[in-house]
Design a protein around this ligand. Structure first.
Ligand code: ADP
Ligand code: MG
Length: 863
């Protein structure tokens, strides 16, 4: 029963667009080997952990091209002369092994001139194992207990991987064991070839944590050599002796259906431990060495490619067997390449002379340089030039690593010897260019859809089975062997001689016949005995088998009952699950109802909020209105208050003046009486004829007094001829008196186009009263404008007398007020005075009154 499993291609993620693919540059590392001799001139200096500087040797510094400068080159990391193999492995190769376990491909190659330490880096020496044995060691340390049985995975010859069931694998194992073709796993290191013992000291066990315990792994290794652009299989089963007579057959490269390059018909050896793998490698290495000597080849001109192929497949649901599903099998490979020396000069002939021999350039490395150049150009300039992979076998083999996905790493090995300066320069330039090439990052594989912990879940079961088998006797192989040992049973019996009697005296034919017949009888007897014996053995074996079958049946019965129990449990769980589902549905329904209710409430809340907002707005408006009204009312109140205050003031003033006048009148009367008394007491007969002296004028030093007396006279009738009673309201204004006036018209007064205007000839018009103007005049008038409560502009002409003060200044005594006011005859002024409506109308009135206004001239006498 065989199944062909196609490789899961880790390279071509179909639906991904080119722009989506993440890329990493080729990781380029530099390793400087120690100088061969201490007194040698050195041309390489390690400046930092990532940079080196090349110093031109003395003789080369004056090159006319200026080519030999002190050049610096940077790498991902530089490893100095004291770097151990372990340190290098940790940085460079360990991530590749990690990736290998994670089903990602990797390519690691060493590049440099011959003697720069490429082989030392890749293979190492006893005690100082290189990257290759360390990679193997890490891989087997990681997958050790999870390895599949031999022959479960089986490579086909189309770079595919076949997977066999356990029984087929067992049979194939036995067949190979019989042919002694399976390398016995070395149980201890003593058995190992002393040439490569202790490649890896067990000081530090390196292990990956990426191993999936529920998977089965297996490792295949292959080892090829490319010389003169021919591929040779180093693991081919050909003895060394035949090599001389028949040179090794070269192999061809093919591309599988996933576009992965492979060497057709190349030997792939399944290995189960580091030692076994390294033994296989060492065998190939030996073969390579022998071929080189026998065929007179220069080893530095060949490339060696050691491929570690890791196949992995998950265990089935029981954790007992490998899942027989070809889609779940993954194959990844790590390619370790020790390239040929990159030097262009022939070592033998040009050593020390630095003669360039272009003809000796290794064609494969030339192609590698070209490929890298084109790749870089394509990636940097967006061009689509064809990369000439096919021009050499090595580059063709690398094609899928550069074009597909995976990690590509290069270790540039440098010999710091000054003699190598020229070549080292070229190596550095190539390294710099390589760093600029990018390779698609491999995508992570999805985790298998089976429950984890399968392997350990069934460990007990497997142990139980093994114990039972051991108890019941030997393995099936015994029966097979028994069958094989009785092959003689079917061998033919000795042939009967001719029994034709032609001569009666023939006494030989019959005895011979008798002899043969007896022999045949004996053989038959023996066979019968043997047959019986075998039959007995087989019978007993069959009985044994019967017993085993019975035991198995019992076991099966037990298992079945266990299964039944489990089924019951499952059934119970199913019922519980159904109940839970029902409950969940009910809850879901409740949740739905609650959600709907919430939505309704939410809507209610929203509408109420809107209502609230409208109310608030209304309230706000009302408040504003109220405030405005309050302000208006305050205005009205203030107006009324001011008016009443003025009225009161005016009345108080009038009263005061009245009282003063009365006082003056009384005073005058008193004086007249006094004069009469004095006249009657001092004169004789003078009063009767009227020739008596007129009464003495009272002393009136100021105009004030005169005016006051006049007022007194006018205010009250008196017997004195001066005090003529004149009602003040009938008195004409002083405006046309011919006296000199100071006309005070404040600048903010409006010019009203009224018909009635005060006419003041000889008046000095001032906007602010000043002493100069006042000193020249006797009269003063102030034009005072104010807004009456009915909204009309009221002009008051406040008149007064100017008199000199004792201190030499000027003072005005207000004596009279004339009011000039316009009124609209259509609007009753009384009504307009009340309420805010009246106020609004008042503004309108001022605007409209001019055409219909009638002038009203009121004159009031100040009491
Ligand atoms: P290449 O393979 O490049 O031709 P080798 O690996 O054969 O060079 O190295 C040449 C010699 O230099 C070997 O004897 C090797 O042991 C020694 N050598 C190279 N690199 C180192 C190193 N880093 N430390 C010690 N010895 C080294
Ligand atoms: Mg080498």
């Amino acid at each position: 029963m065989q199944r062909t499993v196609k490789w899961k291609t880790p390279r071509r993620p179909g639906p991904k667009k080119a722009s989506d693919i993440e890329k990493d540059p080729v990781g380029v590392y530099c390793r400087i080997r120690p100088l061969g001799a201490e007194n040698e001139e050195c041309c390489v200096e390690m400046i930092s952990s990532t940079t080196i500087q090349l110093h031109a040797p003395d003789g080369l510094k004056t090159n006319r091209n200026g080519e030999y400068k002190e050049m610096q080159y940077s790498f991902k990391k530089v490893f100095g002369i004291n770097t151990t193999q372990m340190e290098l492995f940790e940085d460079v190769a360990k991530p590749l092994v990690e990736d290998l376990i994670l089903c990602k491909n990797g390519l690691l190659f060493t590049y440099g001139v011959t003697g720069s330490g490429k082989t030392y880096t890749m293979t190492g020496s006893p005690g100082e194992g290189g990257l290759l044995p360390r990679c193997l060691d890490m891989l087997f340390n990681s997958i050790g207990p999870f390895q599949a049985k031999r022959f479960v995975f089986k490579p086909d010859d189309k770079n595919g991987m076949e997977i066999q069931c356990q029984v087929d694998a067992l049979l194939e194992r036995q067949k190979r064991e019989y042919q002694h073709s399976v390398p016995k796993t070395p149980s201890s290191r003593q058995k190992v070839d002393p040439e490569f013992t202790d490649m890896i000291s067990s000081e530090q066990e390196c292990k990956s944590e990426n191993v999936v315990e529920d998977c089965c792994y297996t490792v295949f290794v292959s080892y090829i050599e490319v010389y003169n652009n021919y591929i040779y299989d180093l693991l081919e089963d050909a003895s060394f002796d035949t090599m001389r007579s028949k040179p090794p057959q070269s192999r061809i490269l093919r591309e599988d259906q996933n576009h992965i390059m492979y060497v057709a018909g190349c030997t792939e050896v399944e290995v189960k431990s580091t030692d076994e793998a390294f033994e296989v490698f060492w065998k190939g290495q030996k073969k390579r060495r022998i071929a080189n000597t026998q065929l007179n080849r220069e080893s530095s001109r060949s490339h060696s490619v050691f491929t570690i192929k890791l196949a992995q497949a998950p265990l089935d649901a029981d954790g007992d067997h490998i899942l027989q599903d070809k889609n779940q099998v993954s194959v990844s490979q790590l390619c370790l390449v020790d390239l040929a020396g990159s030097e262009r000069t022939s070592r033998t002939r040009a050593e020390g002379s630095r003669l360039r021999e272009a003809g000796n350039i290794n064609q494969s490395l030339m192609t590698l340089r070209t490929c890298i150049e084109v790749l870089r150009e394509n990636q940097m300039c967006g061009t689509n030039k064809m990369v000439p992979y096919r021009d050499s076998k090595v580059t063709h083999l690398f094609k899928n690593y550069f074009d597909g996905e995976g990690k590509v790493r290069m270790i540039v090995c440098v010999n710091p010897k000054a003699d190598e300066y020229d070549e080292s320069l070229l190596v550095m330039r190539f390294a710099e260019m390589t760093q600029e090439v990018e390779v698609a990052r491999p995508i992570d594989r999805p985790i298998y859809g089976l429950a984890p912990g399968r392997r350990y879940k069934n460990q007990a079961f497997r142990d139980e089975l093994t114990n039972r088998q051991e108890e019941r006797g030997g393995p099936i192989k015994d029966y097979f062997e028994i069958g094989m040992s009785y092959h003689w049973l079917i061998e033919s019996l000795p042939a009967l001689p001719s029994c034709e009697l032609v001569d009666p005296s023939d006494d030989q034919t019959l005895p011979r016949l008798i002899e043969v017949l007896e022999k045949r009888h004996r053989i038959r007897q023996m066979r019968t005995d043997q047959y019986n014996k075998t039959a007995n053995t087989l019978r007993s074996m069959l009985q044994q088998l019967d017993g085993q079958v019975a035991a198995k049946e019992t076991f099966l019965y037990e298992q079945r009952s266990k299964l039944n129990e489990k089924e019951k449990v499952i059934l119970n769980q199913k019922t519980a699950l159904e109940q839970l589902e029902k409950k969940s549905k009910t809850l879901q329904y409740k949740v739905d109802v609650l959600q709907k209710t919430t939505e309704m409430f939410e809507q209610d809340k929203h509408s109420l909020q809107q209502e609230l907002e409208t109310c608030e707005q209304r309230l706000h408006k009302e408040l504003t209105d109220k405030r405005r009204m309050e302000q208006r009312m305050q205005g009205v109140v203030t107006d009324a208050k001011r008016k009443w205050e003025k009225e009161c003031e005016r009345q108080v003033h009038a009263k005061q003046l009245e009282m003063q006048n009365k006082l003056w009148v009384k005073d005058e009367k008193l004086k007249q009486l006094k004069a009469i008394v004095t006249e009657s007491g001092g004169g004789s007969g003078s009063g009767s004829d009227g020739s008596a002296e007129p009464p003495r004028k009272p002393e009136r030093p100021s105009r004030e007094r005169e005016r006051a007396a006049a007022q007194k006279r006018s205010a009250s009738p008196s017997p004195h001829p001066m005090a003529l009673p004149v009602h003040p309201i009938h008195r004409r204004s002083h405006s046309a008196d011919g006296e000199k006036w100071v006309d005070h018209n404040p600048p903010n007064n409006l010019e009203l186009e009224t018909v009635m205007q005060p006419i003041l000839p000889n008046a000095i018009k001032v906007s602010t009263p000043n002493e100069k103007a006042l000193s020249k005049c006797h009269k003063y008038v102030l034009r005072h404008q104010e807004l009456a409560s009915d909204g009309e502009i009221e002009t008051k002409l406040i008149k007064g007398d100017v008199f000199k003060t004792r201190a030499g200044g000027q003072a005005v005594q207000f004596t009279d007020v004339e009011v000039l006011k316009q009124e609209c005859p259509t609007a009753p002024s009384r009504k307009r005075r009340s309420g805010s409506a009246g106020r609004a109308a008042h503004v309108e009135d001022i605007e409209n009154r001019a055409p219909v206004a009638s002038n009203v001239y009121q004159k009031r006498r100040k009491p």
